[in-house]
Ligand binder design. Structure first.
Ligand code: SF4
Ligand code: SF4
Length: 291
């Protein structure tokens, strides 16, 4: 199984627009949107849901008003201030509950249930570019990487069922647990970066992470014409560290125009910009092992 994960040090580098273009260009593949905090790929690909399910993670306390005797002990002992008295009865504020179970253990009337926490929804869908696995975390739910791992597992299973040997993922931005989960078992990490001081800084951090996990790393410089000096600094870094520079793309209004039309930029009429995107995809494909 070959897995390309498109990542960036932070959001807003054009990662998702480019992933959509590669999704258009790649032959048989499973698409996977691992950016579960801010999933955007579905806006461009308009998936039709085929299956969906609940994503449960951790626990939360729930007070049964029929059993609660309003003694107040749980509110007193909750370190997170998650239990409050409302009009004489005690309730748990789910957004503050850390699932530590102290209140459950201390309640003298066994009035507190400790349930699985519903944190989001996963989807298996069909798009005009092929099958897609994606999800939505509910507001306020922490992205620990578990949902990312679940999606990756589903993408692999779907690929096996369909006899497909390529997974193309829109990864999670940053360098925390979710991106580590995104990179797990990746064949190629494609880092999309911009030529700015913060872009260079973020690139170094995320490329170090890929190096740590021994994942082959390729770098695409988006909007290279913002600053030629920084573009050259990125290319020098790639040469020193052995990251594969797959190309530069200029700033181009077409990317925004394609988004407005809910299209990948490569779906627009052929032009010099999207021909460059096509060339970059060929370079990326050439980096993959033949299965
Ligand atoms: S400790 Fe139990 S009985 Fe007392 S207020 Fe809390 S839930 Fe109600
Ligand atoms: S489980 Fe812990 S955090 Fe949640 S309400 Fe009970 S004591 Fe507070």
């Amino acid at each position: 199984m070959r897995e390309i994960v498109v990542i960036s040090g932070k959001g807003g580098t054009g990662k998702t627009s480019l992933t959509a273009a590669f999704a258009h260009l790649a032959q048989d593949k499973i698409l996977c949107d691992l950016d579960v905090d801010a999933p955007d790929l579905h806006i461009l690909l308009e998936p039709q849901t085929r299956r969906q399910g609940a994503f449960l993670s951790g626990n939360e306390a729930i007070i049964d008003p029929g059993l609660c005797q309003a003694c107040g002990l749980c509110a007193e002992k909750c370190r997170f201030g998650a239990i409050q008295a409302v009009e004489g009865s005690f309730r748990v504020n789910a957004s503050r509950c850390e699932g530590c179970k102290v209140c459950v253990a201390l309640c003298p009337h066994q009035a507190i249930d400790f349930q699985d926490r519903l944190c989001g929804t996963w989807y298996q869908s069909e798009t005009r570019f092929g099958p897609m696995v994606h999800a939505q975390l509910f507001p306020g739910q922490e992205n620990s990487g578990r949902l990312v791992s679940l999606l990756k597992q589903q993408a692999r299973e779907l690929a096996q069922q369909k006899g497909i040997d390529l997974i193309l993922s829109d990864g999670t931005p940053g360098i925390g647990c979710p991106v580590i989960a995104s990179l797990s078992q990746a064949t190629l990490a494609l880092i999309v970066t911009e030529p700015t001081p913060s872009g260079l800084h973020d690139l170094k951090r995320i490329a170090d992470l890929c190096e740590h996990f021994r994942i082959r790393t390729a770098v695409l410089i988006n909007k290279w014409d913002l600053n030629l000096d920084h573009t050259e600094a990125i290319e020098t870094l790639c040469a020193e560290k052995g990251y594969v520079p797959v190309g530069r793309l200029p700033h181009d209004i077409q990317v925004a125009q394609a988004m407005v039309q809910r299209k990948a930029v490569t779906e627009l009429e052929e032009n010099p910009f999207n021909l460059q995107v096509r060339q970059i995809w060929k370079t990326i494909e050439s980096l993959l092992p033949n299965n």
